[in-house]
Design a binder for this molecule. Structure first.
Ligand code: NOJ
Length: 730
């Protein structure tokens, strides 16, 4: 009797297990779950997975929104313009319970430099040379995102950018491919955590694949004439590094890559990304980028645009609804094979399974006070702001202030601003959360009189505030002048024909200069600025970028000396707009002597090079030591330099290791950054920095089809102002 009961219960449990489809079985391998689900899906269900919709301003939880209204809840993804986890769960519930198969929606959003805790903009983050800190802020941003209902961020942007007229230089990590790779990887690791299914991980999205930073003349959405050599050498490497680091998704760019738009580019999206790099996540188009193929002149209508984008390798259509509208017909007409649809759907499902969405589709509801702006995230925002503010000029040690400074004239439209300092792409950031520069300075300098005047607006012609500003300056010992750009001057569709500040701001500097008081110029902006006229008028310059919610205290700390600045530029500041493009890794001129080929009317030197940044201490570099000066290509050279802090204050110094290859079959840049490292050095101490030269990694280069070449010969290593030669044989 007992035996029969046992047999029955075993049979029953097998029956129950058999009833749970494999795709719902948490313990089944992801690839098995994908193929099981795929085998159960109709064509319509598959097509829906390849669409991403937005929803409008619509708080009715039963109605996903105007653009989604009437569509089945089985859509692949939503751009989640809300921070409400309850609404997300309501929408998700429709997908889970009212669709045949219960496939969760993937909620994506632009979490670019923080969610509610807004961190410094990406270009500022790169100037910290502290990828570990960047990783931490991304992981905090991921936590706030998850708690708000977001599973997927459209970040990082790793477009190498060398034209500061382009508004989007603020969103990336500057002019160098290696730096974009390092910070891109740090942010992918921060967002995605140890594994995507961890409770506070979100999926990253590398954008904008590829060459978007080359937009002609810095104008957005334009043609980008990217040679095959520069594609492989400059624009692809950050993407490859981030794919290797496990980035889950990629976004195709708006740009037209030398005649084939990025969103219809089979070579970049399929040949390179999927075949060569074995990327197994999915590609989402940028907003409207599928439709834009018509405007870009490669598709006759939306249907053809959809076909071209998809067949090139774009699996998900952001917002255009073109895949949804036309794919059934395109499949029926055999213009899109089912095998391609199945592959694309598998890729989307893979990200969803990896995120754990099938097993945990809902967001845990945590009260708002515990969701955002926690002590840890605010501390990270402060630390990152401290480490990303660059001291560009400090004539006669104007900074830090000495005890003679009893009255500060705090002037300028940025001084009390809380709107613009948080920067572009900060949708959920609130100006009420931000600390103004004024507030930070007031807190820091308790026994100093602060004489505030706005002076002028960011732009326009109203000079009526000048007189008050001058009067306040005359009553004070020093002027702290806070100028810069509005946040809307950076980001998408924010190209500028000149990178100078508007005339009104420059005039204010001229007026204040007449008072004879020392001027500390504090700049908050999203791009390198043309400072050729302002630099000679001021005694010190602190570039604070758009620091996010915690800019005031770090700036005040730099002014007082509580903080020793340690940031250095990740992008060159040209002398004038006409010097663009100016970047450190240029190729040698055919006549690199006697100023030949240089501009004859101005200096060819930029105002501040990539890597420039001052500190309050002095670092002395010992001669570089090499473990060998001649090796073969499979050997390595250990190099070291010791750096002594010979000043009176502790500091953090970043050492940059560059190499050059003076003779090669494809000419090489005059120098290329291969490694950097930032370390704290206490006053009076020294620290050894090391780097290992691995010829196949550091001295090889790519050709125009992505093949790596190594050519033996002489090379140079550069550190600080030193240059040493070494030889590598076959
Ligand atoms: C357009 C932008 O180019 C892209 O960076 C962003 O992620 C999407 N819109 C979604 O907002």
């Amino acid at each position: 009797m007992k035996k029969i009961a046992i047999v029955c219960s075993v049979l029953l449990s097998h029956l129950i297990v058999a009833q749970v489809p494999v795709y719902k079985n948490k313990t089944a391998p992801v690839e098995k779950r994908i193929s099981d689900l795929l085998s159960k899906m109709t064509i319509e269900e598959k097509i829906l997975q390849l669409n991403q919709y937005t929803f409008g301003i619509n708080n009715n939880p039963n109605n996903i929104g105007p653009e989604v209204k009437g569509l089945p809840a089985g859509i692949g993804s939503l751009i989640y313009f809300s921070a409400d986890p309850v609404l997300r769960n309501t929408i998700q519930k429709k997908a889970m319970e009212e669709t045949r198969l219960g496939i969760p929606i993937l909620f994506g959003f632009d979490v670019i430099h923080g969610f509610r805790t807004v961190y410094p903009i990406s270009i500022a983050q790169a100037c910290s040379w502290n990828p570990e800190l960047v990783k931490l802020n991304c992981s905090e941003a991921a936590r706030e995102s998850v708690l708000s209902g977001v599973d997927w961020t459209f970040s990082p942007m790793i477009d190498v950018a060398r034209d500061p007229r382009w508004g989007r230089v603020s969103e990336g990590y500057g002019e160098d491919p290696y730096v974009n790779a390092v910070f891109g990887v740090a942010s992918v690791k921060g967002y995605q955590g140890k594994k995507l299914s961890d409770p506070f991980s979100i999926a990253a999205c590398l954008k904008h694949f590829v060459g978007y930073g080359m937009s002609e003349g810095g104008r957005d959405y334009r043609f980008s004439d990217v040679s095959a050599q520069s594609l492989w050498e400059t624009y692809l490497p950050p993407y490859q590094a981030c794919i290797d680091a496990g980035a889950a998704t990629v976004m195709s760019g708006f740009n037209d890559i030398s005649g084939v738009p990025a969103t219809a580019n089979h070579y970049t999206l399929t040949e390179i990304l999927k075949k060569r790099w074995k990327f197994n996540g999915f590609v989402v188009s940028d907003w409207n980028a599928v439709k834009q193929l018509v405007w870009q002149g490669v598709a006759k209508d939306e249907k053809e645009a959809g076909q071209k984008a998809f067949m090139a390798g774009v699996e998900m259509d952001m917002k255009d609804n073109i895949y949804f509208e036309h794919f059934a017909a395109l499949i029926a007409e055999k213009k899109i094979p089912m095998s391609a649809i199945n592959d694309a759907v598998s890729r989307v499902l893979r990200v969803k399974f990896n995120l754990g969405l099938f097993d945990n589709p809902y967001t845990e509801i945590v009260e708002e006070q515990s969701r955002y702006l926690q002590a840890r995230s605010k501390e990270l925002a402060t630390n990152l702001a401290e480490e990303s503010m660059v001291l560009l000029k400090n004539k006669s040690n104007t900074l830090p202030f000495n005890s003679n400074v009893k009255k500060i004239a705090l002037i300028g439209p940025m001084a009390k601003d809380k709107e613009n300092i948080i920067g572009a792409w900060s949708f959920n950031g609130k100006s009420k959360d931000a600390e103004s520069l004024f507030e930070g300075i007031q807190k820091e300098f308790k026994n100093v009189t602060i004489n505030y005047a706005v002076g002028c607006d960011f732009d326009g012609t109203n000079e009526s505030g000048f007189a008050e500003a001058v009067a306040k300056a005359k009553e004070s010992d020093i002027i702290v002048l806070c100028l810069g750009e509005k946040k809307t001057w950076s980001g998408e569709n924010a190209s500028r024909s000149t990178i100078a500040l508007p005339e009104i701001q420059e005039k204010l500097v001229e007026e204040l200069k007449k008072t004879g008081k020392p001027i500390v110029l504090v700049l908050s902006n999203g791009r390198p600025l043309e400072l050729v006229r302002l630099e000679p008028l001021v005694d010190a310059i602190v570039e604070i970028w758009q620091p996010g919610v915690a800019g005031g205290t770090p700036l005040a700390g730099i002014l007082s000396g509580r903080i020793n600045p340690s940031a250095k530029l990740a992008i060159t500041f040209p002398l004038t707009t006409g010097q663009i493009p100016t970047y450190y890794s240029i190729r040698q001129s055919a006549r690199p002597f006697d100023k030949q080929g240089d501009y004859q009317d101005i200096s060819t030197e930029p105002l501040y090079w990539f890597g420039h940044g001052l500190s309050y201490t002095k670092y002395d570099y010992s001669p570089i030591k090499l473990s060998a000066t001649k090796i073969n290509k499979n050997q390595k050279i250990m190099v070291e330099v010791s750096v002594a802090n010979t000043g009176k204050v502790d500091g953090k110094e970043t050492v940059f290791w560059y190499v050059s290859d003076p003779v090669a079959s494809i000419s090489r840049p005059i120098k290329e950054l291969k490694f950097f490292e930032k370390k704290e050095i206490k006053s009076g101490k020294k620290i050894i920095y090391t780097f290992q030269i691995e010829p196949m990694r550091d001295l090889s280069f790519t050709d125009a089809i992505g093949k790596r070449l190594f050519e033996s010969g002489d090379f140079y290593l550069y550190v600080n102002d030193q240059k040493v030669k070494f030889e590598v044989t076959e």
